[in-house]
Design a protein around this ligand. Structure first.
Ligand code: NAI
Ligand code: BUO
Length: 357
């Protein structure tokens, strides 16, 4: 019996045992989704050079409804699978026998601007598909559109990272629409200036929920997805040089960033058995809206100008210049890529030499 399929097609590249099988499916008009399955995946129980047998109701064909086009227990050969689609999208050129390799997918919070945006753009250059996840959906959409216009692959998602359920849903949605999830970058954060005597219970709750709880919610959701898909993954959390040495005027923020380093170490230990690494990055003084705002607030509190405010943070940078967001993105790209596979539980300080640890 042929599988019930409508207007889509599937290609399989079948490889020797224990290698990764890469497959891609196309859904008109030009939607492409892809994923990677391993031979050991619970949903694939028979596999040789030419055949793939699926014993599972949902084997990660995304979006989910397309999984139902495969029949439980049926064996698909390369040719059958490729021809089971009756209509190819006319704007996708698909040479006979070609295999479209999938991209790894990174979900980056707070990527509508600043460091997160720079990370997203850098990871696209490295071949990732990226989820631009931010509270500011309008800005996130602009970033995703501009990446797609430049030939990359991105989708925007509205998320408040302090909302556990919403964050989890956004990660699942991103995995559905981009085809997989391999890297979670918990980058979103807030940094109100908080001299000790000004701190209220509400401010404490807000900063700790956005900066700290969010990392735990994100790690929970990503870990469940990685495991469900039968592969490992990478979790990368934003700390700060202010999480390495306490910074004046930043009681709440600075202490949340110390917490990030701690929870990253715990995650590294807890998740290693699942093939998941957890690391953090600690930027220094980066030219983003957040840093401009902090410098301004510190200056206002001291009755000085913004330049003075910035100089209080930048005077001890060994390399003698403020950080560009791209300086941080370069380091995060290393943590997101496979050159860092043997590194876990670490905080990579990217501050031009402010803190030596
Ligand atoms: N700019 C700097 O000098 C440094 C920044 N960092 C850290 O790097 C990360 C990124 O910082 P920047 O790019 O400078 O910040 P930014 O303020 O320029 O951008 C942060 C982004 O996060 C989003 N965001 C804020 N709250 C959110 C929430 N609840 N849910 C979803 N998205 C939310 C904002 O809409 C914004 O797009 C932060 O975790 C920050 O603490 C660390 C060290 C230095
Ligand atoms: C904003 C921040 O993380 C600083 C000043 O290190």
């Amino acid at each position: 019996m042929q599988p019930m399929v409508r207007s889509w097609s599937l290609q399989l590249q079948l490889r020797p045992a224990n290698e990764i099988i890469t497959w891609s499916s196309y859904v008109p008009p030009s939607y492409c989704c892809a994923s990677t399955l391993k031979r050991t995946n619970q949903y694939i129980t028979t596999f040789d050079a030419h055949k793939l047998t699926i014993f599972g109701e949902n084997f990660y064909c995304k979006p989910r409804e397309f999984a139902s086009h495969f029949t439980y227990g049926k064996t698909y050969t390369n040719g059958v699978a490729r021809h089971c689609g009756v209509r190819l999208p006319i704007d996708v050129k698909q040479p006979e026998g070609a295999c479209i390799m999938n991209k790894e997918v990174a979900f980056i919070t707070g990527s509508a601007q600043g460091i997160g945006e720079a990370i997203a753009r850098r990871l696209v250059k490295d071949g990732f598909a990226v989820a631009i996840a931010d509270l500011n959906f309008e800005l996130a959409t602009k970033v995703a559109d501009s990446i797609n216009d430049d030939g990359g692959k991105a989708a925007a998602f509205k998320v408040d990272v302090s909302d556990r359920g919403g964050f989890q849903q956004a990660i699942e949605d991103a995995s559905d629409s981009l085809g997989d999830l391999n890297v979670l970058i918990n980058n979103a954060g807030i940094a109100p200036t908080t001299p000790i005597d000004t701190i209220t219970a509400e401010m404490f709750d807000k900063v700790y929920h956005v900066n700290v709880a969010s990392c735990i919610w994100g790690m929970q959701a990503a870990t469940a997805l990685f495991k469900g898909k039968g592969h490992g993954g990478k979790i990368i959390n934003a700390a700060s040089q202010a999480g390495v040495v306490g910074n004046a005027n930043l009681m709440l923020y600075s202490s949340t960033k110390f917490a990030i380093r701690g929870l990253t170490q715990v995650a590294a230990k807890d998740l290693a058995k699942d093939g998941i690494t957890a690391n953090a990055y600690a930027p220094g003084i980066v030219k983003t809206p957040m840093m401009m705002d902090i410098a301004h607030q510190v200056a206002v509190n001291a009755g000085k100008d913004d330049e003075w405010g910035m100089s209080t943070f930048s005077k001890d940078i060994t390399l003698g210049r403020l950080s560009e967001a791209s300086d941080v993105a370069n380091a995060v790209a290393f943590l997101a890529g496979h050159n860092s596979d043997y590194i876990t539980g670490q905080t990579l300080i990217v501050d031009g030499g402010m803190q030596f640890q």
